[in-house]
Design a protein around this ligand. Sequence first.
Ligand code: SAH
Length: 245
Amino acid sequence: MTVYLVGAGPGDADLLTVRAARLLRQAHVVVHDRLITKEILDLVAPHAELFDVGKRPGFSDTQERINDLLITLGRRYGRVVRLKGGDPFVFGRGGEEAQVLAHYGIDVQVVAGITSAFAGPLLAGIPVTHRGLSHGVTVVTGSAVPGATVDFRRLANADLTLVVLMGIRRRRTIARELIEGGLDPTTPVAVVERASTDQQRVLRCDLAQLGEMNVSSPAVLVIGVVAALDLGRVGALAASYAMSS
Ligand code: SAH
């Protein structure tokens, strides 16, 4: 009896790991989040039970209820897959779920997934690190949690790329704090909505304009000089060149 905490990647079923796809086919029951695409859920065997525990405004399972459900299912079924968007240990509360299950003596295995923090920029043609432009990347949450809200003034660093998850609602405050912290208002920004799905959209602006941008979740914010790059086009050109030669 094992609960597998599985990363589903950013949305496109082709970006699942081979292990994730195999576990989905073999699962007796799958407990999934709201952002999991139909294409991925279609891999689940027809006889398996599906639980949607997506948290959404006005209709949400609390984390406690999700934990209770996982414990109950973990005791009852041989193979439970807890499917989470992206990577289970990047802002998915996967760490907490692993701790709770282990505490109750339930065998847990964690399966890495492709995180939207890196796949989002990549699919917009943005390398999060790039020789001479960015020596590193910081991934942070933009959501406000009482007592644990990130102070973006302290993250203003022109040498690094900043990737913000869950940052759409507070984008105005984030931009203001970064500028107050010393980041140039003309710093390039890219907003990558619904990365890897057929609704993917990339918007570009500069930091001073971010608050005015009309964008919707789920999306990642990419802030820094690399956000002005679009290597996707270069990649597409290179691929067509290779095919024709
Ligand atoms: N564990 C997930 C992150 C969960 S937090 C991961 O590793 O990707 C949820 C946030 O992830 C969203 O608010 C959004 O910022 C980001 N996100 C998830 N899927 C996304 C996608 N397909 N495109 C853009 N952003 C996405």
